[in-house]
Design a protein around this ligand. Structure first.
Ligand SMILES: Nc1ncnc2c1ncn2[C@@H]1O[C@H](COP(=O)(O)OP(=O)(O)OP(=O)(O)O)[C@@H](O)[C@H]1O
Ligand SMILES: [Mg+2]
Length: 355
């Protein structure tokens, strides 16, 4: 595979350029996907990439470009969802001086910058209908006009589009042009979600962990405990590979040991949560008798919940022989959540527990 990255590749995010050679996977679904990608890459036709967030659409687009005959020409990307509908047209086609207020000088658009190369239209479902019409004309006749000009400009651009939206549904709702969809879908590649390629989870986790350790200047490659592997394989990964990468990088940086035991899937769970919030009690280590329940009706809920937390915290610490990491696991908390609770406990009781 061609890996040379040139400065001409403007528009391509640096993350893609940096990881161009790193589309990892060994599952059958992933290998099948890569095979279809390699097959269509050299064919001079549009490709539509469909997949959930974080499945690797941008990476796949970059691979399509570098495996095509256009690899030495620029790959230019435009995230259509990041721009207001009125800006998309001038970004794509450029404009002439004076075309609209603020157009102080002529500007080339992405189609011109991508001439002889590839234009990656990310989130294509966000493109307004009028602009779709203009894109269709480039796809069919290789010509367009800058905004504010009647001069036709000829370009040779291959379009790769990506979306997470249901484009056929957008067509039904009159939000997407059926003829553009027909032209873009010469080949449609579906990126498999991570939950469907469980075999790849540990492979990717090991890869991201190794890279993070290197970045942190650690001299040992991290490994995962059996429990950690099990939890990685059980997680549904709604954010797919991007989520996995973040989760693993966080676990590596937080772990003092080479063996990673704690995986924090939800960093937004506040350790300072409002004590009035209902707590889910996963660990049946403290039994609530009917008497206990009656007792709690005689005091404010906040106070009762706090007392329950204290009881469970003390019980978990005792059970874990005051090993805080173990206690966190017993309580079904991440170490950081546990530390937050423990700090609250210490402040409230002004106690010192030897750990
Ligand atoms: N097969 C893979 N091997 C290694 N890393 C991967 C792989 N697929 C994706 N990644 C990494 O996962 C992250 C997300 O990939 P990418 O940006 O291509 O996804 P996306 O589908 O475009 O996401 P979004 O829909 O949110 O834009 C990137 O850091 C990318 O390098
Ligand atoms: Mg993307």
């Amino acid at each position: 595979m061609k890996q040379s990255i040139t400065s001409k590749q403007k528009g391509l995010s640096s993350s893609t350029a940096a990881v161009i050679s790193e589309a990892l996977g060994q599952s059958e679904l992933f290998l099948e996907f890569q095979e279809r990608l390699s097959q269509v890459a050299p064919i001079n036709r549009p490709v539509l990439l469909i997949g959930e967030r974080g499945t690797g659409k941008e990476l796949a687009a970059a691979r399509l470009h570098y495996l095509s005959n256009r690899w030495q020409a620029p790959m230019v990307a435009l995230n259509c969802a990041a721009l207001s509908p009125s800006l998309i047209e001038s970004e794509l086609f450029g404009y002439e001086k004076g075309a609209f207020t603020g157009a102080l000088q002529r500007r080339f658009g992405r189609f011109e910058s991508a001439d002889r190369g590839t234009l990656f239209l990310d989130e294509i479902g966000s493109i307004p209908m009028e602009v779709q019409e203009k894109i269709l004309r480039v796809v069919e006749y290789n010509v367009f006009e800058r905004v504010g000009s009647s001069e036709s400009i000829e370009v040779d651009v291959r379009i790769i589009a990506a979306t997470n939206a249901d484009l056929n549904d957008l067509v039904r709702k009159n939000l997407f042009k059926p003829d553009l969809l027909d032209r873009l879908s010469f080949e449609v590649l579906f990126l498999p979600p991570l939950r469907e390629r469980k075999e790849d989870i540990t492979l990717l986790a090991g890869h991201f962990a190794g890279r993070m350790a290197l970045e942190l200047g650690r001299n040992e490659i991290p490994v995962f405990s059996d429990e950690a592997v099990e939890s990685l394989e059980k997680h549904p990964w709604p954010g797919n590979i991007r989520e996995l990468k973040n989760v693993i990088e966080r676990a590596v940086y937080r772990s003092d040991a080479v063996t990673i035991t704690d995986i924090d899937f939800h960093p937004f769970h506040s350790p300072y949560e409002n004590p009035a919030r209902p707590v889910s009690i996963k660990t049946p280590s403290i039994e609530m008798t009917p008497a206990d329940a009656n007792l709690r009706l005689n005091q404010p809920l906040k106070e009762a919940v706090w007392q329950l937390k204290v009881k469970m915290l003390e019980a978990a610490l005792r059970k874990a022989k005051f090993n805080q990491k173990k206690a966190a696991r017993i309580l079904g908390l991440t170490y950081h959540q546990f530390r937050g609770l423990y700090r609250q406990y210490k402040t409230a009781n002004d106690v010192t527990i030897s750990v």
